[in-house]
Structures are given as structure tokens and as C-alpha cells.
Design a binder for this molecule. Structure first.
Ligand code: GAF
Length: 392
């Protein structure tokens, strides 16, 4: 059963009535443009077919009730809260994600009413594929929809505004200092395309990306690991970038030109140089990949994906053994390129694989994991899919 059907069916069973509506939002893969979003830079994600669905009805008493239904079908109920009482720190655990969205929408003055939410999803959790942002974006559309607000491209609120509210809930309520990549991907991606987003200007372009038409696949390799330093290291990298930008006298590392990079780096303390080099070269790689995709030259992007991984591993230092083993094995077995995707320190890698090498690459990755004494990874083909929407 799809997450949408399951959320609707569970809502009926648990609350004895049909929901007012069902909304869903996808997880994402970032094709390239990593750790560039909070540097005002460029990203190129696409949406996964995996989604989180929220069946929802408005409540007259201003309370928020939240039930999540896991793979085992067992419902988990969070403690209900009054939307008017929500404050950062007032809710912990998984319920902080939907509660934070309700808080951010209340703060923005766009949706303040209570709601019953029943949640079901199939985005792999903890895999660096944005399951939490899928949840937050689905909840945002649901709460807005219950308030009669439908985001639109031409009038407020736009999807870009919704992405900022979701970011605010993540930054200030959940307490994770993340950028705009994941929410924008979940809200704005369309099927068979990657989303070229300039985070500073907000400009978006849907770039055709149909790997199977080019006899390729994007293989996701979920390492099934998340190292404990992921959260602290993310904040450290971010602060390092801000410090470097301040020393260079620019608003963000986005403003550091690629030309003359060696001289620019020489003016910085040694520990900041690799961070700056990664961000500047990664933005350049995004532009190169977008140009290739616009020309329909999908196979040409492979080496740039691998160069991105090398930069994230050696300069930005956010990779880990599980990701490196996956990338090396995939490329060794015939992938055109491979890289970690998302924040790093575990999560998932992606590989661009010719369809006739698909089995060989999967086998090589499994064997390499086995040899390295690592637990088996989970692998699947990622097909660029639709963004968030109302389903029923
Ligand atoms: C995580 C964050 F949530 C994103 O904002 C982004 O910074 C990404 O890591 C790295 O590119 O997914």
C-alpha cells in the first residue's frame, strides 16, 4: 500500500472518520552541489519516488494530535499540544518535526488552527535522503491546506516561502542549522528533472534528467550508517565557511571567484583553505553538470560526480569509510561516477551506472562491503519523481 493510501486508511480506522485531505512530499537525492546551500551557492537535487504522506483534518479546539504509522503498521502517538503553546524546546523526538512546522506557520501568521495528523512514509529514515524534510514539507502543505492556503508560483505564499518556513522550523524549533536544499527539493522538484537552484537568488530551473532514456541509472547506495559526529561537524563546517567569508570580506563563499583561487586561499588561515576550495570548486562543478544536462550529455557528468566526492572527502572532510568504499567499488566496477549525497558522515552515496553494468556494480559494492567487514548496504535505482502535492 502506498504511503498516501496507508495514511488515509489509518486515519479512518484510528479516528473513525475520513480525513479532510491527504498531502505528501518526497525525499531527495542531491545529484551535485553539496554543502553549498548555506554558502548562498548552487545545488542540483531531484526528488525520489519515496514519500511521506500526511492525512489531516482541522480541529476546532486548536490542538495538534500526531500519529505516525511505521512499517510494522503499529501507530505511535505523540502527546497532543495546543498550537498556541508551541515553543522551541517544548516538543522533542519525532513529534518535534511536525510541531515545529505548526509553530513556524503560526509565527508567520498563515496557519494557526489545530489539526489531527496521521503520518505514513517510505523514505528510508537516517539514510541522508531527507525523510525529515519530506515529513515537514508534507505537514506544511497539510496545515496550509486545512487553513485554505494553497501555495502558488504567482502569489504569496509561494513554494519558496513555504521552504523558508520549513527551514525556520528546522533551524529554530528542531535546532538543526541546515540550509535550503532539502525543503526546496521536496517542494519544487518535478518528475524526470533535476532542480537547478541558485540559493541566493532563489532562481530555479527544471533541468531534464531522464537517466533511463540514456541507458543509465542513478544507483543509491544507503550505507545504513550515521556517525555520531554528523550534527556537530555540520555546524563546525558551517561556522568555518562563515569565518572564511568574513575574513575575505564577502557576504558568503558564493562570492569567492574561481579565478585566482590559489591567491585567495593563500590569504586565509590554513584550516579554512580546504573548506573554501571545496565550496568554490563545487559551485563550478554544478554549473558544468547543468550545462551537460541541458545538452543531453548525461554520461559526461560522471567524472564531475567523482570529483565532488574527492573534494568532500579530502577538502571538506565530511565523508567516511562506508561512503568511500561504496564510491570506490562502484567506480571500479564501471560506474561513470559516484559520490556521497547529503550531509555526509554516513547516509547514502549515489553512482551513475550504465544499465549494462548495473548488476556488476551492485555486486562489486556488496563484495567490497563484505571484504571491509561492513554491514550490507541497501541499494535501489532512484527515478526523478514529483515534488510535494495534495493527493486527496
Ligand atoms: C543536509 C542539509 F540539510 C542541507 O541543507 C545541505 O547543507 C546538505 O546537508 C549538504 O549539502 O542535507
Amino acid at each position: 500500500m502506498s504511503p498516501v493510501d496507508r495514511a488515509a486508511e489509518r486515519f479512518r480506522r484510528l479516528l473513525d472518520q475520513p480525513p479532510d485531505g491527504v498531502w505528501s512530499a518526497p525525499g531527495r537525492v542531491n545529484l551535485i552541489g553539496e554543502h553549498t546551500d548555506y554558502n548562498d551557492g548552487l545545488v542540483l537535487p531531484f526528488a525520489l519516488p519515496h514519500r511521506v504522506a500526511v492525512a489531516a483534518s482541522a480541529r476546532a479546539d486548536g490542538r495538534l494530535t500526531m500519529i505516525t504509522v511505521g512499517d510494522d503498521g503499529v501507530p505511535q502517538r505523540a502527546r497532543p499540544a495546543a498550537v498556541s503553546d508551541l515553543e522551541p524546546g517544548s516538543v522533542t523526538g519525532w513529534a518535534a518535526f511536525p510541531s515545529g512546522v505548526a509553530w513556524a506557520l503560526r509565527e508567520a501568521g498563515v496557519a494557526e488552527g489545530g489539526a489531527d495528523l496521521v503520518i505514513s512514509g517510505d523514505v528510508p529514515a537516517g539514510a541522508g535522503l531527507s525523510s525529515s524534510h519530506a515529513l515537514q514539507c508534507a505537514v506544511a502543505l497539510a496545515l496550509l491546506g486545512l487553513a485554505g492556503v494553497v501555495p502558488d508560483e504567482d502569489s504569496s505564499p509561494t513554494l519558496a516561502e513555504v521552504a523558508r518556513w520549513v527551514q525556520r522550523s528546522e533551524n529554530d524549533f528542531v535546532g538543526a542549522p541546515t540550509g535550503l536544499l532539502d525543503q526546496t527539493a521536496s517542494l519544487c522538484c518535478v518528475a524526470a528533472h533535476a532542480l537547478f537552484l541558485d540559493v541566493r537568488s532563489g532562481a530555479r530551473e527544471q533541468v531534464p534528467f531522464d537517466a533511463s532514456a540514456a541507458d543509465l541509472e542513478v544507483l543509491v547506495i544507503d550505507t545504513r550508517t550515521k556517525h555520531s559526529l554528523a550534527d556537530s561537524a555540520y555546524g563546525e563546517r558551517r561556522r568555518g565557511c562563515e569565518r572564511a567569508a568574513a575574513l575575505l570580506g564577502v557576504p558568503a563563499l558564493r562570492d569567492v571567484p574561481a579565478a585566482g583561487l590559489a591567491e585567495t586561499l593563500a590569504a586565509l588561515p590554513e584550516d579554512l583553505r580546504p573548506l573554501v576550495r571545496h565550496v568554490v570548486t563545487e559551485n563550478e562543478r554544478v554549473l558544468t553538470v547543468v550545462t551537460a544536462l541541458r545538452a543531453g550529455a548525461l554520461a559526461d557528468i560522471g567524472p564531475h560526480l567523482t570529483a565532488s566526492h574527492t573534494s568532500l572527502r579530502d577538502d571538506y572532510r565530511v565523508s567516511c569509510r562506508e561512503l568511500d568504499v561504496a564510491v570506490e567499488a562502484a567506480v571500479g566496477a564501471g560506474a561513470l561516477g559516484a559520490r556521497m549525497t547529503g550531509g555526509g558522515f554516513g547516509g547514502s552515496a549515489i553512482a551513475l551506472v550504465p544499465l549494462d553494468r548495473s548488476d556488476a556494480v551492485r555486486e562489486a559494492v556488496s563484495t567490497a562491503y563484505d571484504r571491509a567487514g561492513l554491514g550490507a548496504p541497501r541499494m535501489f535505482t532512484a527515478v526523478p519523481s514529483a515534488g510535494a502535492r495534495r493527493d486527496a
